[in-house]
Design a protein around this ligand. Structure first.
Ligand code: PEP
Ligand code: MN
Length: 354
């Protein structure tokens, strides 16, 4: 099958205070070369993101010779569409009428796995009561042992759909294989790609064409660059709606299930315009440690978080030890409010500064 990659993107950086006419002329030249303007950012200095397939060198040379153009260049980062070089403003992703990457800190909550109708409906009701905007719950579970619960599959998807109708929450659920992308897309508002599948390139390519927002989890031993390259696969194949998720990485430390790379959040915010979500539950593996990490996530500039909760964690079929019970969940959300208020303040200050 022919590749559907969008072609190598470029950026055109206009001179400071370039005139409207100069920007319009640059856009016209871009189009003459068969390229398309993907994004225009900046007020004082306009930066144009360009996509398409054609004679890159000739197009860049021609643009550089134009009045008002300071530089026309290829993007130096190996990840291109997702880099901050290509697009300065944070990507806003709308799913189920909720915007992620905007001026609300978004919380997704629910059990690790969908286990029964009663369990998922109760979970959804608890999640909504605490202020979550999305219900999480795995219907397809990537389990380390083949003897562990593997998920309810299609039945689980149908139960998530029912929970959405009852509570009004959006649904996020994992898809493990490219074969299931179409089916899961019918039920989910956001597709979750698990840590173990971060470099499943066949899956990433299929996600590029699926038209649903994606939450891409960082692989167990993946570097930030590898995470960004995986996101680049999805975007280069046509789907710009990707959010990244820090969920802890594997280190020598055994006090926690994984080591939460909390600095990944500001690092990503310096490298990419994609929204960044923290998963404090898988990062630590122990419920008492989830609220302090959630607090850190808000304070350090995540765009949202995804948290495991369960009506009765002691009975959970997976990840009970890290799931908050209803009381702990409500308490955590209440305790986070002052931090979220500060988060909002700094977000609106940033928006004004742009
Ligand atoms: C999960 O969200 O339940 C999960 C399996 O996460 P991860 O892929 O991060 O391990
Ligand atoms: Mn889990």
């Amino acid at each position: 099958m022919a590749s559907t990659v969008l072609g190598e993107p470029m950026i055109i950086s206009m001179r400071l205070h370039a005139s409207k006419e100069e920007v319009a002329a640059a856009k016209a030249r871009i189009e003459e070369f068969g390229y398309k303007v993907h994004s225009i950012s900046g007020e004082e200095r306009v930066v144009i993101g360009v996509v398409g397939v054609g004679d890159v060198t000739a197009c860049l040379e021609s643009l550089e010779a134009m009045p008002g153009v300071e530089r026309a260049m290829r993007i130096s980062a190996p990840y291109k569409f997702v880099s901050l070089e290509f697009k300065k403003e944070k990507t806003r992703i709308t799913a189920h009428g909720v915007t992620i990457g905007g001026d609300e800190f978004i919380t997704m909550a629910g059990p690790c796995s969908v286990e029964s109708e009663k369990q998922i409906l109760e979970s959804a009701e608890i999640a909504a009561r605490g202020g979550a905007k999305f219900l999480r719950g795995g219907a397809y579970k990537p389990r380390t042992s083949p003897y562990d619960f593997q998920g309810m599959e299609v039945e689980g998807l149908k139960l998530l759909d029912k929970a959405r109708r009852v509570t009004g929450l959006g649904v996020i659920t994992e898809v493990m294989s490219d074969r299931d992308v179409e089916l899961v897309s019918e039920y989910a508002d956001i597709l979750q790609i698990g840590a173990r599948n971060m470099q499943n390139f066949a899956l990433l390519k299929t996600l590029g064409k699926c038209g649903r927002p994606i939450l891409l989890k960082r692989g167990l031993s993946a570097t930030i660059k590898e995470l960004l390259m995986s996101a680049e696969y999805i975007v280069a194949h046509g789907n710009p709606n990707v959010m990244l998720c820090e969920r802890g990485i594997r280190t020598f430390e055994t006090a926690t299930r994984n080591t939460c790379d909390i600095s990944a959040i500001p690092v990503l915010n310096e490298l990419t315009h994609l929204p960044v979500i923290l998963d404090p539950s898988h990062a630590v593996g122990k419920r008492s440690l989830v609220p302090p990490l959630a607090r850190a996530g808000v304070a350090i500039g995540a765009d949202g978080m995804i948290v495991e909760i369960h009506p009765q964690p002691e009975k959970a079929m997976s990840d009970g030890a890290q799931s908050l019970d209803p009381k702990q969940w409500m308490q955590m959300m209440q305790d986070l409010q002052p931090y979220i208020a500060l988060w909002k303040k700094s977000r609106s200050a940033e928006t004004v500064a742009v």
